[in-house]
Design a protein around this ligand. Structure first.
Ligand code: FMN
Length: 330
């Protein structure tokens, strides 16, 4: 058997399998079952910048309402009912998960600007979070904003969160950077400890009869994994950030591929949402079986064995090979 116990973000994990950020945060029984099935850590769903700013706005509104009782003036403030869970209930949930599960709990923040909201990272640390995952979900839709300015802003957000806390911060990225290694170097310089590859965008759906748009959460399949494997394999050895793969892990072999590409941790969401915690057990057992069959005694031996730096045939990663592949297609 391969020893699956590992260290990620300075935390001792019994296995590299991590329950990724998702509504599973709210289902303690399912999380208990995931831990029993072999999960090494749990990431909570995200607390959004907009949610925290709204909370601060509400506090200001409350104070203003005491100072200035002019109802018309107060009515200019927007009301938002988008988020059900404020930071208070998030912290309570975090404390509950800390008490109930004997694996590290990672809290998640999602934001795109530096500002007062990043101070909430300190509350997460005080409530017992072992680490923070910072999701940089941001889309460039304005032609006057350059890649450089967007990336600098994102790195500033990372620095701003890192500065608040002494626990490790791992940064969840979107797959779409024109020069990923350079951006990752900036994230590392900003003080992050880990990377999560990658965020998954929600699918836009078009209703052609009604001429309407809608957004849907569609669960992933293993077809989404290669994008992550490619990035992990390319970055391995080029960054000291510890990488977690997130997206498309549905089997033990998928998890093995993530480790062999260079990941330290492997996050799973869709497989559990679709098939329950039993899916995690299958991934856990399948990973162990596969790595044992390959003769690896532990994850350190396996990690990065198929990365670009160590691959027996690293030309597979190269552009020339890609061209040959296309021209050779029959
Ligand atoms: C219903 C649902 C809710 C999610 N909520 C969050 C979230 O709050 N924060 C976050 O960073 N990612 C969130 N994700 C993304 C997952 O953490 C994960 O990155 C993505 O689903 C890819 O992994 P998978 O293929 O194992 O599902 C969510 C995914 C789903 C399906």
């Amino acid at each position: 058997m391969t020893e699956l116990a590992t260290r990620w973000l300075g935390l001792e994990l019994r296995s590299p399998l991590v329950v990724g950020a998702s509504p599973l945060t709210d289902d303690l029984d399912a999380l208990r079952a995931c831990v029993k099935a072999g999960a090494g850590a749990v990431v909570m769903h995200s607390l959004f910048e907009e949610q925290l700013v709204e909370e601060q706005m509400a506090a200001h509104r409350f104070i203003d309402s005491r100072i200035n009782m002019d109802a018309e003036a107060r009515s200019f403030f927007p009301e938002s009912e988008v988020f059900e869970m404020g930071s208070g209930s998030y912290l309570q949930r975090l404390e509950l998960l800390r008490r109930s599960l004997d694996v590290p709990i990672v809290a998640s923040l999602n934001g795109i600007s530096t500002g007062g909201w990043t101070a909430h990272a300190l509350e997460l640390e005080a409530a017992g979070a072992h680490a923070i995952e910072l999701n940089l979900y941001d889309l460039a839709t304005d032609p006057s904003e350059t890649a450089t300015s967007l990336e600098q802003r994102q790195q500033a957000v990372v620095r701003s969160v890192v500065e608040q806390v002494s626990i490790p911060v791992s940064v969840k990225l979107s797959p779409f950077y024109s020069a990923l290694p350079a951006f990752v170097a900036g994230v590392e310089a900003a003080g992050a400890r880990g990377l999560v590859l990658f965020n998954r965008f929600y699918q836009l759906e078009m209703d052609l009869d009604e001429l309407e748009l809608s957004r849907e959460v569609v669960l992933s399949s293993s077809a989404e994994l290669p994008l992550r494997l490619h990035a992990a394999a390319m970055l391995y050895g080029q960054t000291s950030l510890e990488m977690a793969v997130s997206g498309g892990v549905h089997s033990g072999d998928d998890a093995a591929k993530a480790i062999l590409s260079g990941a330290t941790a492997v996050q799973v969401v869709s497989a559990i949402l679709a098939n329950g915690p039993g899916a995690l057990e299958q991934i856990h057992d399948g990973l162990n079986r596969r790595l044992s069959d390959m003769g690896y005694r532990d994850l350190t031996e396996a990690r990065g064995a198929l990365s670009m730096a160590k691959a027996p045939n690293s030309r597979t990663w190269e552009r020339l090979n890609y061209a040959r592949l296309l021209h050779g297609w029959k």
